[in-house]
Ligand binder design. Structure first.
Ligand code: UDP
Length: 466
């Protein structure tokens, strides 16, 4: 199994590894060396995310592989260059790794499971005669749009211009979506960025995958998933990280050390605290942080705010406005990273100001916490649309072009108190209940997974006959 080297992809991959191993599959989970290096500084020299799960009886081997760049290369700061190497040099390293693994343990029947964002799996699967399973860690909506790239092109919606307000109403299984809500890599103007090129190649490559897994639930996106099934076998197996059957296994998925917010939260009244986080990956600007900081102060609400290292799109390490620490005394807690699930499930937390990353959205749903949405890039605007319009458990942070501290303060106050807020909370609770039902032992997630296992076995049997 090879995930993308980002927290939002690693998390669902790790739980998928646990699920596969709990079904008796021997898993070799591969982290990039750069990811392993981050784990080393967190977990110490024996860093292995699965050591405890292995003690509990799961056959999960852990391996690392170079992405073709030296460890000291700053992959976050030089994102484009990193991706250039991932596309150019990494496939040969994976090829070598897979070949060596198969030679060293020839008695196994192998299959390949990779992140759909990678364009190279078909070549490797075909070289080694492997069943090729692709795992899309995001929504079915954000899969279906680029999967129909040719339709977007035919209709003049690729690239989507930022000011385009047209409805995209021809993607099978997808409710009409305004061009402004599509993913940022479909909105490129001028020369296509490396992400756009990679996504175009990846969504083309996935068409030859044998089986496709999605980190979403059938109950959340039934029409989209059913339309996708017309082309290839798709299985909604998300969100595995809440699956009761996997709760007994302990894994280290977080790449950063987590600050404990429990003591700070324990004296706050129920539903009174706003949790603010923009995930593990996107950058923002100092102006945005400044406006948010003042908006939070003006709102008067209590908050926990994750300001991670490297969050700004520049080298500046001085992120917050001067004196902010003194101004929030007792009202706000700023941490570099936390255990998000533990914070969201704390009864004091009544709302999540989020960038709408897909894991964060699922986690908010699972904890029954309404969202106030501030998407920054990638799939986040499309996720916001689902949160606000389809699942109705969130609101938009600012409706204008840019952030405004007074508007932020008003939105936050209205969001956390009053009848409107109660309504959002009820919608969030309904989603939580629906998720719990799906995730029951022998519930629909387990049944879908069993179907996937059966189909996988059939595909593998067919391969070994040739
Ligand atoms: N996360 C965390 N602690 C933090 C902030 C984020 O554990 O302080 C986790 C969060 O629980 C989620 C992941 O990081 O599982 C972020 O994934 P998401 O898809 O929401 O956003 P991305 O990082 O991909 O933009």
């Amino acid at each position: 199994m090879i995930s993308l080297p980002h927290q939002g992809h690693i998390n669902p991959f790790i739980y998928l590894a646990l699920k596969l191993a709990s079904k008796g599959i021997s898993v070799t989970f591969v982290h990039l060396e750069s990811v392993h290096h981050k784990l080393l500084s967190k977990l110490g020299p024996q860093a292995d995310p699965f050591s405890l799960a292995r003690h509990s009886g799961l056959d999960i081997r852990y391996a690392t592989i170079s992405d073709g760049l030296p460890l000291e290369f700053d992959r976050d700061l030089h994102f484009e260059e990193h991706w250039g190497v991932i596309l150019r040099d990494f496939p040969a390293l994976v090829d070598e790794f897979v070949g060596e693994m198969m030679r060293s343990e020839p008695d196994f029947d192998y299959f390949l499971m990779t992140d759909t964002f990678y364009p190279w799996p078909p070549a490797i699967a075909s070289k080694y005669n492997l069943v090729n399973v692709s795992f899309w860690t995001q929504t079915a909506l954000t899969f279906a749009l680029p999967y129909h790239w040719h339709l977007l092109e035919q209709n003049g919606h690729f690239p989507c211009k930022d000011d385009m307000e047209e409805e995209i109403d021809y993607i099978p299984g997808v409710e009409p979506i305004n061009a402004k809500d599509v993913m940022s890599y479909l909105k490129e103007s001028g020369q296509a960025s490396i992400v756009t090129k990679a996504m175009a190649a990846a969504l083309d490559a996935v068409k030859s995958a044998d089986l496709i897994l999605h980190n979403t639930m059938l109950e959340l996106e039934p029409e989209t998933l059913s339309a996708l099934n017309e082309y290839q076998p798709n299985y909604a197996v998300g969100p595995l990280n809440f699956s009761k059957s996997l709760h007994s296994y302990t894994v280290s998925n977080s790449l950063r050390s987590e600050a404990d917010c429990t003591d700070w939260l324990q004296y706050k009244p129920p539903n009174s605290v706003l949790y603010v986080s923009f995930g593990s990956f996107v950058h923002t600007t100092k102006q945005v942080i400044e406006e948010l900081a003042h908006g939070l102060l003006l709102s008067g609400v209590d908050f926990v705010w994750v300001i991670r290292t490297g969050m700004l799109s520049c080298d500046d390490t001085d992120v917050l406005p001067e004196g902010f620490g003194d101004m929030i005394e007792g009202k706000g807690l700023v941490v570099p990273w936390c255990n998000q699930m533990s914070v969201l499930s704390n009864t004091a937390v009544g709302g999540f100001l989020s960038h709408c990353g897909w894991n964060s959205t699922l986690e908010s749903m699972w904890c029954g916490v309404p969202m106030i949405c501030y998407p920054i890039a990638y799939d986040q605007t499309a996720n916001r649309k689902l949160v606000i319009e389809k699942w109705k458990f969130g609101v938009n942070l600012c409706d204008g072009e840019s952030l405004d501290r007074v508007e932020i303060a008003e939105k936050i106050k209205g969001f956390l108190s009053g009848a409107y807020s109660e309504n959002l909370r009820q919608e969030a609770s309904k989603l939580k209940e629906a998720m719990e039902k799906v995730l029951e032992i022998d519930g629909s997630l387990d049944r879908t997974f069993d179907q996937f296992m059966e189909d996988l076995k059939a595909k593998m049997d067919a391969k070994t006959k040739f």
